[in-house]
Design a protein around this ligand. Structure first.
Ligand SMILES: Cc1cc2nc3c(=O)[nH]c(=O)nc-3n(C[C@H](O)[C@H](O)[C@H](O)COP(=O)(O)O)c2cc1C
Length: 313
């Protein structure tokens, strides 16, 4: 049983310490452990080149073409049975280093529906197909988010969205406000330790492994963040995309949505295939547009209008 701990915090700061607390507990229960700090690695941001998508549609392994430490990290993650992620809260949400990894690891190249489609194509074309380790179901992941104040209201959404694309199964999800000195707070340290224990238990008994985080408001994905669209009266769950009504029930906010919508929820394989079909249809339209003279002319005009400023040596 291999448990990988990833800390996005400053070197030897609160997140590193609490991640190690969870790993220590897991090791004491017999797990093999590994600790990684993405800030120590050369990880470049996704530049949207879509080389991964081009490989996906040919049934080839959608490995990223950027030359950096990502292939190594991707392999470490694919080799882990369970993952515990600790991150500081920046501007109420996830730090940039987390977002960089999210774009590289939780974009199209690791989307469960895209990978399944890629596998089917590979069986026809004879190409190598995706890394099957990335197609495993319900890889357990826990998120712990540590903030220095009470500005913490967006970060759990970032965590949920990270897990949504590869369809990882969230076990613990804990947000700690006002926790800059968390190492001195015994109760919180014990909660971080429990994250390691819960991960081992989830791996020992996957059938009983269940979400242990904040129940939230969305009954489907536990989110507390909703998008309020002026053109409709409903609210959109920011994580799973369900459209429903926010109501007050017995003095508490409740989110209700038509049951048939669940098949389109973004955290389900059917919802992901729905999205894949939408994207495919749109790409086909765009491909036709790109062939037109007016499209090329417009793009060329913008390209030639002004060049980006750069620092001089
Ligand atoms: C750029 C930046 C933005 C921050 N924004 C927030 C914030 O919005 N909410 C919050 O609670 N803490 C915020 N903090 C405090 C950090 O979350 C806190 O210091 C962090 O837990 C430190 O983790 P570390 O010791 O592992 O590096 C911010 C810190 C920095 C450097």
């Amino acid at each position: 049983m291999k448990i990988l701990g990833i800390s996005f915090g400053g070197k030897n700061g609160s997140n590193d310490a609490m991640c190690k607390e969870a790993l220590k507990a897991a090791q004491e229960m017999g797990a093999e452990i590994e600790f990684i700090r993405p800030l120590e690695l050369d990880l470049k941001p996704c530049n949207g080149c879509v080389a991964c998508v081009k490989k996906l549609v040919q049934g080839r392994n959608p490995q990223c073409i950027i030359q950096d430490d990502f292939p190594w990290l991707d392999d470490r993650i694919a080799s882990a049975d369970g993952i515990v992620i600790f991150m500081p809260i920046f501007e109420k949400g996830a730090p940039a280093s987390f977002k960089i990894l999210q774009d590289r690891l939780a974009g199209p190249s690791h989307d469960k529906a895209f990978l399944k489609a890629c596998k089917q194509i590979s069986e026809k074309t004879g190409n190598e197909g995706p890394d099957v380790r990335q197609m495993r179901d319900d890889i357990p992941v826990s998120f712990v988010m540590i903030g220095g104040s009470d500005w913490v209201t967006r970060v759990a959404t970032d965590a949920k969205l990270f897990a949504m694309t590869p369809e990882w199964k969230i076990i613990d999800e804990i947000v700690f406000p006002w926790s800059k000195a968390i190492v001195a707070e015994d109760e919180k340290v014990a909660q971080c330790r429990q994250v390691g224990v819960n991960m081992v238990k989830a791996l020992q008994d996957p059938a009983s492994a269940t979400y242990l985080g904040d129940p939230g408001v969305c009954p489907n994905c536990h989110s507390r963040n909703f998008y309020l669209n002026n053109s409709i009266t409903e609210a959109v769950c920011e994580v799973c995309g369900l459209i429903g009504e926010l109501k007050s029930v017995e003095g508490k906010v409740s989110f209700e949505f038509p049951a048939e919508q669940i098949k389109h929820a973004h955290n389900t394989v059917s919802g992901k295939f729905h999205h894949l079909d939408d994207v495919k249809g749109n790409e086909m339209k765009i491909a036709e547009l790109r062939k037109t003279e007016s499209f090329s002319r417009r793009m060329a005009e913008y390209r030639d209008f002004i060049q980006p400023s750069m620092p001089t040596a």
